[in-house]
Design a protein around this ligand. Structure first.
Ligand SMILES: Cc1cc2nc3c(=O)[nH]c(=O)nc-3n(C[C@H](O)[C@H](O)[C@H](O)COP(=O)(O)OP(=O)(O)OC[C@H]3O[C@@H](n4cnc5c(N)ncnc54)[C@H](O)[C@@H]3O)c2cc1C
Length: 527
């Protein structure tokens, strides 16, 4: 049996951040990861000389990523990651805050009948950009090397705190679904779709409207997002921390502080940080392994968590094109949010999808394909072209592209159950490629060297994320974890003694930045 002071389960960005913080403090830490490589939803892979991101296409700095790199002396170059927003043939390269006004012009051009409504929406975004500056505009002073000299940082920490508290208060009141907020600002459904349809359904209004500020905050590590994860792995090991790959934890004995992996090996911990799926933690901890006085609380937490579902997932198409990077650069930058048709999704991904699922047993394949065609025609795509950010990401004069949209996990599971999965994936690849070929990248379809895809099911299988979710809980239901910035510190608590949680399930809304934050908070709790 292996005995460790702290064990971290899950080698995504949250687990790696936690393990590194602990190893840096000289703690005896072991990180256990089920896959061959760490990184989870932040990883890159190579096929035939083309590099692709399997998960997040880039990182939002959020005042956290650069300080993390600096604090732990990670040897990695951070490259710019310019964003383009596009609708039909209007493509706007985002270049600082002033681009918001150019974006307004694009919207007014597209919807001349809704000019006043565009102004109202842009004003709402502008207000939020001011709030975002408080959080993300400067590197978080608590995450830089200088923090060791308290006197140096104290004034900036205090000033930041005061501004942050005021802003947090305002933000905490902006948690209504953005669809409802947009209804107040505009009656033009297409305009509202265009602003909102690449967010999860019922995303809190602050999170959705704040995204314009984040477009200026994306960065791309040289070598890919996975290269940064690899530097984190190396940094953990360089500080004496252990990392065990290909090891899946299957059982937790909370009273005896024991973990068991899929081959029956046991690991004893003093403290545990669970940086993997939160439902899995509660499912694999048996009631018998909980002290009698704590069983009630444990069951209540378990029930609450298991009753809720994760947010929508993504469908991604990876393709290699026999076209030089310049072909794509002439159109847009290497990270694009593109809507091929101004009409917008309307009810395609909401009530129409629900209706399809409700009468699923009688749905014919042709009917599903007809729905998929409309889903792709009117949707918004995230397009990532690594070679436009890092010239080493593809063979000379060729280009790798990742194209994705949000996609429903339940629908994917039903398609699998009907035996249509392989054909469905091919259909989606064809639809994605045809849609972009007819719009932003003319004739792309004739230059595809190879393509393959990943569905919400792939995400579930690879990282064990419930419902294939990429950011934790669905916003369509009451969220069973901390959602207030005021309480982020307590988000890492669990119902198990000496067990803390970190990552995308513990605080909502989640994503890379909160995974880093909660990883650090959990590490701090392991005194
Ligand atoms: C396509 C895509 C685009 C995205 N874009 C953005 C973006 O623009 N901005 C943003 O902020 N976020 C984005 N995200 C979300 C972001 O990537 C994730 O929220 C974040 O990476 C989650 O990190 P994590 O460490 O919490 O979880 P994960 O990355 O899921 O890591 C969990 C780890 O635990 C391991 N594991 C699971 N179960 C076990 C077990 N039983 N035993 C051992 N190991 C186990 C898994 O293999 C995995 O490595 C995106 C995600 C995707 C997929």
């Amino acid at each position: 049996m292996i005995h460790k002071d702290v064990i971290v389960v899950g080698g995504g960005i949250a687990g790696l951040t936690a393990a590194l913080s602990l190893a840096h403090r000289g703690r005896d830490v072991l990180l256990i990861e089920k896959n061959e490589h760490c990184g989870g939803l932040m990883s890159s892979f190579e096929r035939d000389g083309f590099r692709f991101e399997a998960g997040a296409r880039a990182l939002v700095n959020a005042g956290l990523v650069r300080p993390l790199i600096k604090e732990f002396d990670l040897d990695i170059e951070i490259l710019p990651n310019p964003i383009t927003l596009g609708v039909e043939d209007r493509l706007l390269r985002i270049d600082g805050e002033q681009s918001l006004h150019l974006y307004a012009d694009v919207l007014k051009d597209l919807y001349p009948e809704s000019k006043d409504e565009v102004d109202r929406i842009i004003q709402a975004i502008q207000k939020i950009i001011e709030d975002m500056k408080v959080f993300y505009g400067v590197d978080n002073p608590l995450f830089t090397k200088e923090k060791k000299n308290l006197l140096t940082v104290a004034p900036s920490v205090v000033a930041r705190m005061i501004r942050s508290i005021r802003t947090m208060y305002r933000i905490s009141r902006m948690n209504t679904p953005f669809e409802d907020h947009l209804d107040v600002l505009s009656a033009n459904q297409s305009l509202k779709d265009l602003i909102g349809q690449h967010f999860f359904r019922r995303t809190p209004v602050f999170f959705a409207l704040s995204y314009f500020a984040l477009y200026n905050d994306y960065v791309y590590p040289k070598g890919g997002v996975g290269a940064l994860m690899q530097r984190l792995v190396e940094a953990v090991e360089a500080r004496g921390g252990g990392i065990r790959h290909n090891t899946e934890i299957r059982a937790v004995d909370a009273q005896n502080k024991l973990l068991t992996d899929s081959t029956g090996n046991e690991y004893q911990y003093s403290k545990l940080i669970w940086a993997a799926d939160l439902k899995a933690l509660y499912s694999m901890t048996s009631d018998e392994s909980i002290a009698k006085h704590a069983v009630g609380t444990f069951r209540a937490w378990k029930q609450a968590l298991l009753a809720h579902k994760g947010a929508e997932s993504v469908f991604s198409v990876f393709l290699a094109a026999d076209l030089p990077p310049e072909f794509f650069h002439e159109k847009a930058s290497g990270h694009v949010f593109y809507t091929p048709n101004r009409r917008g999704l309307g009810t395609v991904h909401t009530t129409e999808l629900q209706a399809l699922l409700q009468r699923w047993d009688s749905v014919q394949k042709e009917e599903l394909y007809e729905w998929l065609e409309r889903f792709c025609r009117y949707n918004t795509f995230e397009i990532s072209i690594p070679v436009l950010r890092d010239p080493d990401a593809a063979p000379p004069r060729k280009t790798g592209i990742v194209i994705s949209t949000l996609f429903d996990y339940v629908l994917t599971s039903r398609i699998r159950a009907r035996g249509w999965y392989a054909e469905f994936k091919e259909k989606m690849e064809e639809l994605f490629i045809m849609t972009l070929s007819a719009t932003i990248y003319p004739n792309l379809k004739d230059r595809v060297l190879f393509s393959f895809s990943a569905s919400p099911w792939s995400i579930y299988e690879r990282v064990g994320s419930s419902e294939g979710s990429i950011v934790g809980w669905s916003f369509e239901e009451k969220i069973p974890v901390v959602t207030s910035m005021f309480n982020m510190g307590s988000s890492v608590k669990t119902a198990l003694p000496d067990v803390y949680a970190a990552g995308k399930w513990v605080y909502s809304p989640a994503g890379g930045p909160t995974a880093i934050m909660t990883g650090r908070i959990a590490a701090k709790r392991c005194k």
